[in-house]
Every structure is written in C-alpha cells, then in structure tokens.
Write a protein that binds this ligand. Sequence first.
Ligand SMILES: *Cc1c(COP(=O)(O)O)cnc(C)c1O
Length: 361
Amino acid sequence: MNWPSWLPIRQDLRSLSPYGAPQVPAQAFLNTNENPYSPSAKLQIAITTAVSEISSQLNRYPDRDAERLRSKLAAYINDSNSTRFTHNNLWVANGSNEVIQSIFLAFGHGKALGFSPSYSMHSLIARVSNTVWIDGNRNSDFSLNVAEAISQIEINKPTLTFITTPNNPTGGAVAIVDIAKIADAVKAVSGLLIIDEAYAEFSEQTSAVTLIPDCPHVVVIRTMSKAFAFAGARVGYLVADHKVIDAMLIVRLPYHLSSITQAVAEVALDFKEELLAGVDAIIESRNKMITALTGLGLTTIDSDANFILFAGFAQDATQLWSDLLKKGVLIRDVGVSGYLRVTIGNEAENDLFISALKELI
Ligand SMILES: *Cc1c(COP(=O)(O)O)cnc(C)c1O
C-alpha cells in the first residue's frame, strides 16, 4: 500500500494489505467455504419473528455477556462431545475472527506459532496486534508433522500455538492423539494451544474440546459460518477453561454482540438438526466432487472439510482461476503454487464447476 506521509499509521502496518477474496459477480460462488444452502422457509420465519420481537427493545443495550446464547452453545457442544461445559466455558463474538482478535488482545505477547499453509488470518491478526509470528512448516502432503511441531514449540516457546483442523486451505484433519501430544508440549512452555475447528462438523475426528477438562491450555475456536450456514449473521465462539473466558471479558468491547445477532443465533441453534442435515449432503457432494476431479486426471488432497484443494492442471493456478471465472465459476487461488481450492456448492454449482473445468484442462 502507498500511505501518504501525513498519515501517522503504525510503521509495522505499512507493508500489509487487507485480507479478502475477490467479491465479483459469478454464477457459482465456490470461493469462501460458505454453506450453499440458504435458510429454510421455516427458519426464515423463525428468524424474522425473533428480530421482530427484539425490535421493540432496540433502545436498550444487549445482554453484555450474551449468557443465554453462551449456555445454548455450551449445550450444543456438550450434546456432540459428551462434555459438561457451561456458559462459563464459552465466549461468543461477531465471527470467529473477532474471537481470534480477542485472543491476541489478551495473550498476544511474545511469539505466536502456526503451520503453513493454513488460515492466513491467524498470522495477519498476530501482525496487526504486534505479536511476532513464526511460520512453521508442514509435510509436503500438507499433513502436520507432529514431531516437528513439538520441536518448534520447544525451541520458540510461543505464547500462542495455532492448529487449524480440518486445516484451511488444505482440508486434512489432525488426529486427537496428536493434538494431545502437542498440547503437552504447549503446557510445558506455559502457552496456549489454539485449535481452530471452523470445519469440525464436516469431520469424523474427535473434537479438541474433549481435552479441555484435563488441559486448560487448550482453547477451541468454532464458528456458525460454515456448518450452520450462518456466515452472514457473524457468530463465532470459543470453548475453553473459565479462566480464559475471564480474560476475554477484559478485552471485549462492551455490548460487542448486538441483540439481533444474539437472538438470531439462538434461533439457528434451535434449528440445529435441520441445519446440520445439510452437512451430510455436503459431505456426499464432496465425495462426488473428488471422484469427478480425479476422473479428470487431477489430484486432490484428502478433505475433512467443505472444500477441496486440487492440483495437476497444466496452466498456472492464477490463469485457471481467471479462466474459470470467465465461465461464471468463482473459486479460490489460495497462494499455494500449483493448487486451487474449490468450496463444495449445491448440485448445480458443482456441475457447472466440473463442466467448466473439463473444457479448460
Ligand atoms: C471460515 C473460517 C473461519 C471463520 O470465520 P468467521 O469469522 O467465524 O466467519 C475461522 N477459521 C477458519 C480456519 C476458517 O476457514
């Protein structure tokens, strides 16, 4: 970026660019890992009713600590993991990106470690919050090298270590036994292990929330943006020891989560069976998509998420990305050389993607 000399922007921000995928017109939006299924008519009515009920009280501030919503999120986590968390183990904010930012505000001193390629917002928020970011590597097949990760933790003694599982943009999950080993290493250096489980509902792996009762150094980030098909509402949360939540209360802005957001998130949780049924459909489409891609002679990275990283095309990734866009299909160039990432869409979107790809490679 070119900053004018009169603008007293921080020196360490001068070289950064804003995060974001291109928002351009297309027929198939397969670029940001959104859920392709819009809320059902029944859910839309329930949301509208909840917003209408809250509208008469919009002169009042919301519940500052979103306690009812946090209790509902705790119940959702407990249901699927046989855990016994309460609202004191949950923190909720405007998308999990805000949760990540709060983590850095509270704990972002010293160093933070992650393993690339992974979710680039972790390192970007680290830099914005003035925390040294260390980029650890993965194996060449993008799986996490557990021994290497542990040795990086021992050497660097990071305050924060990030693991995204299933990983974005590569799709693979880390086994819970490996997460437990890494958690031990993090505990030994008195850090926190932040497990970003944005895609957990698409995976069979045991959630790292099960480690929290025995290891308070583990913090799990979740979102309603993907499996819950609720990206537009902006609801993300974390599950952690209650002392971590106490730290979140220090750094959060007062009334950060609007009454409207709290109300509609509660409605979405009431519809969890219906919403999570969409997850099964997406997993089925993911498997079909892998068959279609390999049928075209492409290679895919095993995915536990709602997207696939693929390679094996002759042209440059950037070239294929823009050729697909010309045919109405928007996917993601994630900056991994030779690879592109496609989000699983609805049937029509997936078909359009595969037929466009067939003509291009
Ligand atoms: C999509 C995504 C998020 C979600 O962000 P929200 O702010 O909750 O929409 C977080 N982490 C990862 C790894 C993601 O891919």
